[in-house]
Design a protein around this ligand. Structure first.
Ligand code: PDD
Length: 289
């Protein structure tokens, strides 16, 4: 049985309960993080906690903990759940006032803090295991502050389900003529040997994996451009990848039922995926493969 954290207590996940008046339940008024844990070692923990602090600040929810206090909760939860490869979920909402009212509750209302872990399957860098990933394109239905990791995910949920209904692993979102990111991932394309990803700003979530991929490309002396990706460029790309904490870097081989490049994982994806595997193994003190 998995152990969760709720407002200071560690308890079985099934026993973790919040009030229906919680601002998260009423208004989706909260922020979350997902942190991959490899061999009990949380990956880029400080960066995830910095993004959590940023998102909380942008919506004026008090950050209940320092980075060290958050780290201690994360490590305790990992230990209580037996360690291993996990995805660690953190959520902070604007707390539980006594009435439903759109305006912020009284300053003294403490935020609701919840955390849990799930088992995580580690992706592989083998082209054989990555042959089948399809994506569709959809108009981006979301709001104007996609840089905030808000728990208000209804547009993402609807778009991701539309992709799933078409046997696709992700919806790639189009906004003002540009491809911005996936419904739950960042987007990279490769064209003529150059790796391109949409720039940081309010149209995308600043993915922690996105940053890692950019660093790894630089280590591999590959050229990376952070700039807008016009829809036509997406459709003509030699390679398309999506990236996220739980999926690392995934090659998309079909876009809207048309093959991407040769219709199989490309050579740039392969290099970067291998580098990613080695990098996270090294960070967790594991031998290179
Ligand atoms: N999603 N963009 C969006 C809209 C996302 O929801 C995510 C992650 C990313 C990638 O961010 P990162 O590399 O930091 O995981 C980009 C998580 C995994 C989720 O909601 O399940």
């Amino acid at each position: 049985m998995s152990i969760a954290y709720l407002n200071g207590d560690y308890l079985p996940l099934e026993e973790a309960k919040v009030s229906p008046l919680d601002r998260g339940f009423m208004f989706a008024d909260g922020i979350y993080e997902i942190i991959p844990v490899y061999a009990s070692c949380p990956f880029r923990l400080v960066e995830h906690l910095q993004r959590l602090a940023y998102s909380l600040g942008e919506v004026s929810i008090n950050n209940p903990f320092t980075t060290d206090e958050w780290a201690s909760i994360c490590h305790t939860l990992i230990d209580l759940n037996g360690g291993g490869n996990l995805s660690l979920y953190l959520q902070v909402t604007r707390g539980t006032p006594l009435i439903r009212d759109h305006t912020f509750p009284h300053n003294e209302t403490p935020p609701t803090v919840f955390a849990m872990v799930h088992a995580m399957t580690i992706p592989t860098a083998s082209p054989q295991d990555n042959q089948g990933y399809r994506a569709i394109t959809l108009a981006d239905l979301r709001w104007a502050r996609c840089d905030i990791k808000s728990i208000a995910l209804l547009p993402n949920v609807l778009m991701r389900q539309q992709a799933a209904n078409q046997n696709a692993t992700e919806a790639i979102l189009l906004k003002h003529g540009n491809a911005v990111e996936g419904a739950a991932s960042n987007l990279f394309i490769v064209n003529d040997g150059v790796i391109i990803t949409a720039p940081l700003g309010p149209d995308i979530l600043g993915g922690i994996t996105r940053d890692v991929i950019i660093e790894l490309c630089q280590q591999l002396t590959l050229t990376v451009e952070e700039r807008s990706i016009p829809e036509a460029e997406l459709r003509n790309a030699d390679e398309i990848w999506i990236t996220s904490s739980t999926r690392e870097v995934v090659p998309i081989v079909m876009l809207d039922d048309k093959p991407v490049g040769q219709g199989k994982p490309g050579p740039f994806w392969q290099k970067v995926a291998i580098q990613y595997t080695q990098f996270r193994r090294q960070l967790c003190g594991l031998e290179p493969l």
